[in-house]
Design a protein around this ligand. Structure first.
Ligand SMILES: Cc1cc2nc3c(=O)[nH]c(=O)nc-3n(C[C@H](O)[C@H](O)[C@H](O)COP(=O)(O)OP(=O)(O)OC[C@H]3O[C@@H](n4cnc5c(N)ncnc54)[C@H](O)[C@@H]3O)c2cc1C
Length: 426
C-alpha cells in the first residue's frame, strides 16, 4: 500500500461508532477529513459474522438500548429494527431443574429490590459491590447479572455513582441483519484509510501530525476514538505527553470483558425454549462462571451465549474451542445429554475481544471514586484541537454504541470550532 501524506481539516483515529459519528459530523460541515483505522473494516467493537452460523450473528454490540433516546435508532429504521422487549421471557435453572413460578417471581422481584437498595445507598466513592444487598436466595444471581454480564465486570470493581448514572432502559432493539452492516452503511461515504495503525501523535505545533507505517497526515484538529485500554497502555505515543489527568482518566475507565458465542442447533430440538427466550442459572457467588443465553433469535437455529467478567478473562486467549466447551458444559447443567444432541460441537461463532489488539476488552466501567473520569476524558484539549471520544467518554450512555456515537459527534463539533478559531482550515 502506498504511504499516505495528506493535510486535512480534521483527522479521526478509529472507525468504530465514535469515529464514524465524528467523521460524518465533519463531512456534513463541509470539512476535509480522513479517518485512520487499524483494522481492515469499520465498526470496531460492533461486528457481524454473516457466514459461520448461516445467519447474521453480532460478535460484539447486539442491542440498540434505550431506543427512544438512542441516536442510532433513527439511522437504523431501514434495517427493520425489532423490539426484543415485546417478546422477552426468561427461564432460570436451580441446579438441574427449572425454578418454580414462585421462585421466578421472587427472582424477578429481587431486581427491583436490588436497584432500590443501590439508589438508596448512593455515596461518592462507594463501589456498587459495597452497596449491593447480600444473603437473599437470589442476591448473588442478580449481582452476577448486573455486574459480570451487563457491565462486564464485578460490581465491586465499579463506582456506584457511575453504575447508577449509566443504567439503561428499553426499548432494546435487535436488527435482523446485525449492527455491523448498519455501521458499514453509515460509513460508506467516508474517506477511510484501512490498515493504518497510528503509532505517534505530535501535537506540539499548530498543525497536529499523526504517523504510523501508513505515512504521515497533518490536521487542524484531531479526534482520537481508540478504547481506553489502549490509551492507558500508551499504544499511541503523544508528543508532548498527554496531561496527567487525561492519562489517569483512561486508567480509571478500564474495559471489562464480555464474551459472546453463537451456538448452532444440530437438528430440530429447540430445548423447549421459545424464540428469543432467555436462559440463566442461579448462582451462590456472583463470580461463578455461569453463562446466560438467548435462544433462537428471529426463529433462527442458533443460540447466543454470554460470559462476562473474570470468568471471561480466564478463557480469553484459549481459543474458540475452549469457550465452546464451556458453553456446552453450561447447557449440559440444565439439559443433560440432550444438550449435546441439540447443539453442534463442530461450529461456533465468537470473537475474543480480550485478546484483540485493537480493543483489549469489551466496554468500560469507572473504578470506585472515579466516575468523573468520563467527563475529564471528554473535555477537549487546547480548545478542541485534540479531542477524545468513544463509549468511555459518555457519562450517561457509557459502554454503548449510543454513547460512542454521541461522544463522537460532540468531539467533532469541538474540533471543527477549533479549526475555525485558529484559522487552520485548509
Ligand atoms: C461482546 C460485546 C457486546 C456488546 N453489546 C452491546 C450492546 O448490546 N449494545 C451496545 O450499545 N453496545 C454493546 N457493546 C459495546 C459497544 O460495542 C461499544 O460501546 C462501541 O462499539 C464502542 O465504540 P467506539 O467507537 O467507542 O470504540 P471502537 O468500536 O472500539 O472503535 C475504536 C476503533 O479504533 C481502532 N483503533 C484502535 N487502535 C488504533 C490505532 N492505533 N490506530 C488506528 N485505529 C485504531 C479500532 O480498530 C476500532 O475500530 C458490546 C461490546 C461487546 C464487546
Amino acid at each position: 500500500m502506498a504511504p499516505v501524506t495528506a493535510e486535512v481539516d480534521l483527522l479521526v483515529i478509529g472507525a468504530g461508532a465514535a469515529g464514524i459519528a465524528a467523521a460524518r459530523t465533519a463531512q456534513a460541515a463541509g470539512r476535509s477529513l480522513l479517518v485512520l483505522e487499524a483494522r481492515d473494516r469499520v465498526g470496531g467493537r460492533a461486528w457481524t459474522d454473516a457466514t459461520t452460523l448461516g445467519a447474521p450473528f453480532d460478535l460484539g454490540a447486539t442491542w440498540l438500548h434505550e431506543a427512544g433516546a438512542n441516536p442510532l435508532t433513527p439511522l437504523a429504521l431501514g434495517a427493520a429494527p425489532f423490539d426484543h422487549d415485546t417478546v422477552r421471557s426468561h427461564r432460570c435453572f436451580i441446579g438441574d431443574r427449572p425454578a418454580t413460578a414462585a421462585e421466578m417471581a421472587d427472582y424477578d422481584a429481587t431486581y427491583g429490590r436490588f436497584h432500590g437498595h443501590l439508589a438508596a445507598r448512593r455515596a461518592p466513592g462507594r463501589s456498587a459491590g459495597e452497596a449491593a444487598p447480600q444473603g437473599g436466595p437470589w442476591d448473588a444471581t442478580v449481582a452476577h447479572w448486573e455486574g459480570e454480564v451487563i457491565c462486564a465486570a464485578p460490581l465491586g470493581a465499579m463506582d456506584l455513582d457511575d453504575f447508577l448514572d449509566t443504567q439503561l432502559s428499553g426499548p432494546n432493539l435487535l436488527l435482523p441483519g446485525g449492527l455491523g452492516p448498519l455501521l458499514e452503511s453509515l460509513a460508506a461515504a467516508l474517506p477511510i484509510r484501512f490498515g493504518a495503525v497510528v503509532e505517534r501523535v505530535d501535537w506540539s505545533a499548530p498543525r497536529i501530525a499523526v504517523e504510523g507505517s501508513f505515512g504521515r497526515v497533518t490536521a487542524g484538529a484531531l479526534v482520537v476514538t481508540i478504547p481506553t485500554s489502549l490509551l492507558a497502555g500508551e499504544a499511541i505515543r503523544f508528543d508532548p505527553p498527554l496531561p496527567a489527568d487525561i492519562l489517569q482518566a483512561a486508567h480509571d475507565l478500564p474495559l471489562g470483558l464480555l464474551s459472546k458465542i453463537g451456538l448452532k442447533a444440530a437438528g430440530p430440538d429447540r430445548l423447549d425454549l421459545p424464540d428469543f427466550g432467555g436462559l440463566e442459572r442461579q448462582v451462590a457467588d456472583p463470580a461463578d462462571p455461569a453463562m446466560s443465553f438467548v435462544a433462537w433469535p428471529f426463529g433462527q437455529d442458533h443460540v447466543m451465549g454470554f460470559l462476562g467478567g473474570e470468568a471471561a478473562s480466564a478463557l480469553s486467549g484459549q481459543g474458540t474451542a475452549a469457550f465452546h466447551a464451556h458453553a456446552l458444559a453450561e447447557l449440559r447443567r440444565a439439559f443433560g445429554r440432550r444438550a449435546e444432541q441439540a447443539i453442534r460441537t463442530d461450529v461456533a461463532a465468537m470473537h475474543d475481544w480480550g485478546a484483540d489488539p485493537f480493543a483489549r476488552g469489551a466496554y468500560s466501567h469507572a473504578r470506585p471514586g472515579r466516575a468523573a473520569a468520563r467527563v475529564t476524558l471528554a473535555t477537549p484539549l487546547e480548545q478542541g484541537r485534540l479531542c477524545f471520544a468513544g463509549e468511555a467518554c459518555h457519562p450517561r450512555y457509557a459502554a454503548t454504541l449510543a454513547g460512542a456515537w454521541d461522544s463522537g459527534r460532540q468531539a467533532a463539533q469541538a474540533a471543527i470550532a477549533a479549526t475555525e478559531r485558529v484559522g487552520s482550515r485548509l
